[in-house]
Design a protein around this ligand. Structure first.
Ligand code: GLY
Length: 418
């Protein structure tokens, strides 16, 4: 089958790599110079949805998998569906579960999902009054996509007031009207629970946990994700049952009732508290990055049939996926200054020879002459499987240590429970 994956990061590289392994003709657009070097072709200069659709028609593409949320927000899915493609990714309406924190939270409330209590503010006055009440820390989330910068854990009233000012007075997120969601802070450990969802059914991927902070021990600012482990060390059959009963069943019921058209990947971010109870933190409406890199290493069969079942809203007919019993680890190498101000343009060395026990996925790289240079905050990552977390970590880190660029940094504790 001819398949198009849209996006340019490690997540999309992993999806394309997996599909290619099962003999599909895969295009990755725009991809990056690392994925081109791995013989995964792109569509050249195409930028608009019309150009991409035309190129896809020329190449007899049947199935399109949309990686980044920004493309979902621009309604690429609806456009491509209308052009006759099978598409994995919700249209703009379903994507609101990720693009609007307020929509998502109201949806959680309608479905009576376990989630932190919340309030919604539409202007600075309301906000300044409301946040004086209740306990700190509080989680404050700007409604809408903000490239990871729209969420603040306010430890006290002054931090909360600063956030309100930055949104409504300093217009740090633009001058348009904004909403802020206030949530009570729930402590615990995080689980990424992803699955194929067609609005009526949900077929879970294996569990995973990503490591969001930049430094070891979960210190420093949040990033897009510095690594991941699958299965998640925090997951077990008791929790699986709670998630199924308390989250999935009411969520699907509400999706059906509200007639929410959702044909894509639903990523449920879950906090597990000290009593082993799940709380829904957020939804994403796409594959996670870097969770996908480690999940693709662990899936034992072709991914295309379940992607097609998702796109056709026939997940009730899909067989459960077969997973390797091995542990998967993925460690991201980042550019100096990431996440605040990454310094780019350094040559990357140590990419050859390849190692059969590990897999490199490229995120932010660019070719100059014959060399790959760093071109994004997250440059690349190394994934490995092992019979246990120790072996998977040993393999991934051994390979990563052979790779270098100026100021390269990565977490040393990926896969360890903290
Ligand atoms: N790993 C977090 C995300 O994909 O949003």
């Amino acid at each position: 089958m001819n398949i198009l994956v849209l996006g340019s990061g490690g997540r999309e590289h992993a999806l394309a790599w997996k599909l290619k392994k099962h003999q599909h003709q895969v295009f990755l657009h725009p991809g990056n110079d690392g994925t081109l070097q791995e013989n995964i072709p792109n569509f050249g200069e195409a930028t608009t949805i019309e150009e991409i659709s035309l190129q896809a028609q020329k190449r007899n593409i049947s199935l399109v998998v949309i990686g980044p949320e920004a493309l979902l927000a621009q309604d690429f899915a609806t456009h491509l569906r209308l052009d006759g493609f099978l598409v994995v990714g919700p249209g703009k309406e379903g994507a609101q579960l990720e693009t609007s924190k307020v929509f998502a939270k109201q949806f959680m409330a309608k479905a009576s999902l376990p989630t932190a209590p919340f309030k919604i503010y539409s202007n600075l006055n309301e906000f300044n009054q409301g946040i004086k009440q209740g306990h700190y820390p509080k989680v404050l989330k700007l409604d809408g996509l903000a490239a990871g910068k729209g969420v603040v854990i306010a430890q006290d009233l002054s931090q909360a007031l600063n956030f309100g000012e930055s949104v409504w007075k300093k217009n740090l997120f633009g001058a348009s009207s904004h909403k802020i969601l206030e949530e009570s802070f729930i402590s615990g450990v995080e689980l990424s629970y992803l699955g194929f969802c067609d609005g009526k059914h949900f077929v879970p991927l294996s569990s995973s946990t990503d490591f969001k902070r930049v430094f070891d021990g979960n210190n420093g600012p949040n990033t897009g994700g510095m690594g991941a482990i699958s299965p998640s060390p925090y997951f077990n059959s008791e929790l699986e049952k709670k998630i199924s009963d308390q989250v999935l069943t009411p969520l699907l019921h509400t999706m059906r009732k509200e007639k929410l058209d959702f044909r894509g990947i639903l990523y449920i971010g879950i906090m597990i508290d000290s009593d082993q109870n799940p709380y829904v933190l957020e939804f994403n409406t796409r594959f996670g990055d870097p969770e996908t890199q480690v999940l693709m290493l662990r899936i034992e069969e072709d991914l295309a049939p379940i992607l097609i079942a998702t796109a056709r809203a026939e997940l009730d007919l899909a067989a459960p996926l077969k997973w390797s019993s091995q542990t998967g680890i993925y460690v991201v190498g980042a550019a100096p200054g990431y996440p605040e101000k990454p310094a780019l343009g350094s040559p990357i060395s140590g990419l050859t020879p390849t190692d059969p026990n590990t897999q490199i996925f490229f995120s932010g790289v660019k070719k100059k002459n014959v060399h790959l240079l760093t071109a994004g905050g997250r440059v690349l990552g190394v994934g490995a499987l092992g019979k246990d977390v120790h072996m998977a970590r040993q393999r991934a880190y051994q390979r990563l240590e052979q790779i270098s660029w100026d100021g390269m940094h990565y977490r040393k504790d990926i896969g360890l429970t903290l």
